[in-house]
Design a protein around this ligand. Sequence first.
Ligand code: GUN
Length: 281
Amino acid sequence: MSGKIIDGKALAAEIKKDLKEKIGDLKTKPKFAIVLVGRNEASEIYVKNKQKAALEVGIESVLYAFDEKATQKELENLIEKLNKDCSVNGILIQLPLPESLDGQALIEKIDVQKDVDGFCPLNIGRFECGCRNTLVAATPKGVLRLLENAGVKLEGKSALVIGRSNIVGKPMAMLLLEKNCTVTVAHSATQNLPELVRQADIVVSATGRAKMIKGSWLKKGAVVVDVGISRDGNGKICGDVDFESALDVASYITPVPGGVGPMTIAMLLENVLEAYLKQNA
Ligand code: GUN
């Protein structure tokens, strides 16, 4: 058996085409601000990709780049200014921040209507309480869209989320729960990971550990979504899942690169448009 490869790049391109058309009909352009602090190569690449994709669909982006000496107060003042600026529809603080800063306190300062990352406690809490009118974190939202687009049935399935970050694992678990999956969350202290993987119909992995999950761990026909991005021993980009061995066992699998990554950006752009439309209703 060979699994079907879920093409995230192609779906993201379709979504961006649709966004471009919708944005072309608007009187003004949606705009979001990106706050980047310190020098982190991966963050710099992500930010560049977000800005490039925004430009392609007609969304304006403004980058506020600070060196690692930026203070909490300086950043708080910027967030307050951006909250008041009606021309800015979205605010995104690129993570991780330098350890000297309290990132959570900064995220909590963002106006809930402009929280295009969906990281503010009010957006998270409202979603968990059943409100569906909230901004949802881009990566888990993208994973769900990929699964739905591939026609994967979620209701009643056992889903294993590996990783419990605020950015991916926790919101992913909530989204799958909302789709009536039976959800297990595994993390760095989980002791029987291969056994849990073997029981899962759907595996979403976000650990950042290169090729940790082997095809032999998977249940036959499992759906595998790989959120990890690392480099293998040869310096080649790879995910959390050993793709070659998993492909023989899985029914569907996302590649790295070209799976979840492009969808995260597409979902961020969708969130910026959603924020704009709500602010201009
Ligand atoms: N760092 C890694 N992923 C993300 C993301 O989705 N949003 C932000 N703001 N920072 C990140």
